[in-house]
Design a protein around this ligand. Structure first.
Ligand code: NVA
Length: 313
């Protein structure tokens, strides 16, 4: 009997045990790059971009090659999925030819529609609502710097900045799945989606983690083991840039804020970073920053995820 098709559209598509397995495999692959070859053939994986990319294109294409496969990068501007032809028709066409589909797009519903029809695993490479591959990389980074995947439960992760964006939502779900205490510090009007907070609370109740949302930066950062932030203007929000310039200033991750966290707290940022906006250069480029490990771990975590979805799910 073949196992049911699995997707990774949001962080809680992996159970706590599955997430830990993927992170352990990611750690192994970081030390032995060619240990797993689930795409040997080579089989193709479609990697589709409806939004800009650097890390995601580099890490998925490199990772798919290292897994023995062929990365078929599709420019969303050429494909015009949902405009030139329906998502469903595209899913039928692509799904018959590739081993998996990796898609960076706008609405979460688009990724869900693709997954419903494709017949192969679909991976969310960022939507307006979630960036679950990034949070896998972040969790792997925290684990590696704190002594292993087993150390994640009980660790406090504080995210300050835009609480309503994809990173905040993925920290909530992914962190809760890992049994972490997830704190979001964000100004009024930018709170996370309440339904996602509720989902994260439900997960945390089972994993021993917790979830809290703070209207004060330092309350979120207080004693945290890892601190994170992200741009105040996500892709697709460029027209709101002026309105978003002021509200987040008190939530900037600067040296004073970092001093509120635990001594030696790890500094995370998914990048691209805007020094002097959401984070100061002193912090981003400082001794507690692990952002380059974090960016490299996109490769290892995503290879582990694809291996899991293709071979172990
Ligand atoms: N919140 C950011 C993440 C970039 C990797 C965005 O969506 O633009």
């Amino acid at each position: 009997m073949t196992s049911p098709l699995r997707n990774y559209l949001r962080d809680d598509n992996l159970s706590p045990d599955e997430q830990a397995d993927v992170l352990r495999l990611g750690d192994l692959l970081s030390k032995d790059r060619f240990a797993r070859r689930p795409l040997a053939g080579p089989r193709a994986v479609a990697v589709i971009f409806d939004k800009p990319t650097l890390r995601t294109q580099v890490s998925f294409t490199t990772g798919i090659v290292e897994l023995g496969g062929y990365p078929l990068v599709v420019d969303g501007n050429l494909a015009q999925i949902g405009t030139r032809e329906s998502i469903s028709d595209v899913a039928h066409v692509i799904g018959r030819q590739v081993a998996a589909i990796v898609w960076r797009t706008h609405a979460q519903a688009r990724a869900e529609e693709m997954a419903a029809v494709a017949g192969v695993p679909v991976v969310n490479a960022l939507t307006d609502d979630f960036h679950p591959c990034q949070v896998l990389a972040d969790l792997l980074t925290v684990a590696q710097h704190r002594g292993g995947v087993e150390t994640l439960p009980g660790t406090t992760l504080a995210y300050v900045g835009d609480g309503s964006n994809n990173m905040a939502h993925s920290y909530l779900l992914g962190g809760a799945t890992a049994g972490m205490h997830v704190r979001i510090g964000t100004p009024e009007g930018f709170a996370p989606n309440p339904a996602i907070v509720a989902d994260a609370r439900r997960i945390a109740a089972a994993t021993g983690g917790s979830v809290s949302v703070h209207g004060d930066r330092d309350a979120a950062l207080d004693g945290a083991d890892a601190v994170a932030t992200d741009t105040w203007v996500s892709m697709g929000q460029e027209s709101q840039a002026a309105d978003r310039a002021e509200p987040f200033v008190p939530f900037r991750l600067d040296a004073e804020g970092l001093a509120k966290a635990a001594p030696g707290a790890l500094v995370l940022h998914c990048l691209p970073a805007y020094r002097g906006k959401e984070i100061t250069a002193e912090v981003l480029d400082g001794p507690q920053s692990v952002v380059w490990d974090e960016a490299e771990n996109r490769l290892h975590a995503q290879k582990a995820l694809l291996t899991f979805l293709l071979e172990e799910a």
